[in-house]
Design a protein around this ligand. Sequence first.
Ligand SMILES: NC(=O)c1ccc[n+]([C@@H]2O[C@H](COP(=O)([O-])OP(=O)(O)OC[C@H]3O[C@@H](n4cnc5c(N)ncnc54)[C@H](O)[C@@H]3O)[C@@H](O)[C@H]2O)c1
Length: 401
Amino acid sequence: MSLSTQDLKNITVIGAGYVGLSNAILLAQEHLDTKVTLFDINSDRIAQLQQQKSPLQDKEIIDFLSNQPLNFFATDDASHIYKDADVAIIATPTNYDIASGKFDTSSVESSIRSVREQNPSVPIVIKSTIPIGFTKNIHQQFDENIIFMPEFLREGQALYDNLHPSRIIVGATNQQTNFVEKLMALYKKASLEEHLECLQMPPTEAEAVKLFANSYLATRISFFNELDSFAESNQLDSQSIITGIGLDPRIGQHYNNPSFGYGGYCLPKDTQQLKANYEGVPSNVIHAVVDANNTRKRFIARQIIDKNPKSVGIYRLSMKKDADNFRDSAILDIINTLKQHGLTITIYEPAIQDNEFQGCAIIADLNTFKQANDLIVANRWHDELNAVAKKVYTRDVFGFS
Ligand SMILES: NC(=O)c1ccc[n+]([C@@H]2O[C@H](COP(=O)([O-])OP(=O)(O)OC[C@H]3O[C@@H](n4cnc5c(N)ncnc54)[C@H](O)[C@@H]3O)[C@@H](O)[C@H]2O)c1
């Protein structure tokens, strides 16, 4: 079955998280002459969006919602939103399910079902990250009007990355090329990039691009983290070694700053999913990367324990400097290990309004926090730690001055 080639004017996006919200705003820009309906089951999130407020910490999203003319409508009522849609974009979560050892894709499947109940022929674009082989199965279960378009944004700069995409990849069969060309044209027009690499490939290959891209990033992080564990264990200067090897242009001076481990929503779950997809295929690297990240977190916890602190202050739970998102942050596992060793822990995290997080006291005032602890642990260095630099433990070798 070939897809409809009608113009993509009426767009419905499902899921108002980093992916859904940034795509919805991107495609609602006035010059595109589109109308975007954004649906989410989270009524609080929708209520915020209806008041032009961003539920996410993202500079461009906040700016566009309050300052840019957008043809954009947020709703928590899905009863009629797919009937007249020209395309439905799914951006719901695919969390890693420990019991099955792979992604839970139920929110994607239930979204497809809801769309099809109202509209049997509207093209569906899956933006959520899915297991390799998922779209092929979905074609058998539903129909072939469903394509996969991997999303490569970074949290905290979700809309920026969509305005300046590294590439556009669409996973679709050859019968779907007419629709794919329209979709690519729309995304090109929505971006601020003049030259944009656009690739069409079969859905299974596109699914592999997404999981292998994130697994490469996890591998690179793990490599520099393991290098840093070696340097710290042998009292070597990690920064010099990393700078020295990065002068080889094949390696480069980027994405090489040691951390407490990779984390965030995507890298931990996407590496686990790729590991599951390798079943029956001889392999070592992907398994090793997952293991290396756990080893790194245990190593960091051991370094902290060995300093015999009276009280440990965790400076920020987020992975990145000035971010407010700490989903699956490496420091969370480190805190658990420290707690198991009976260490007293307090946390400074302005993104948390409560007095407590996972059994640890939150200290809202930074100065009180700094005075209360004899060891401060910071995944990323910040100048506001300058005055207490001597009691900070970090492996942020490029941020720490
Ligand atoms: N966050 C990233 O950096 C990133 C990057 C690339 C790809 N992805 C992938 O995109 C997908 C979404 O990620 P995200 O970070 O935007 O997630 P998110 O958790 O920020 O947002 C998901 C949203 O979907 C809503 N939702 C859940 N079930 C729903 C349903 N049945 N119908 C409607 N709304 C529903 C939730 O309420 C939430 O608002 C995931 O598969 C993720 O792996 C994420």
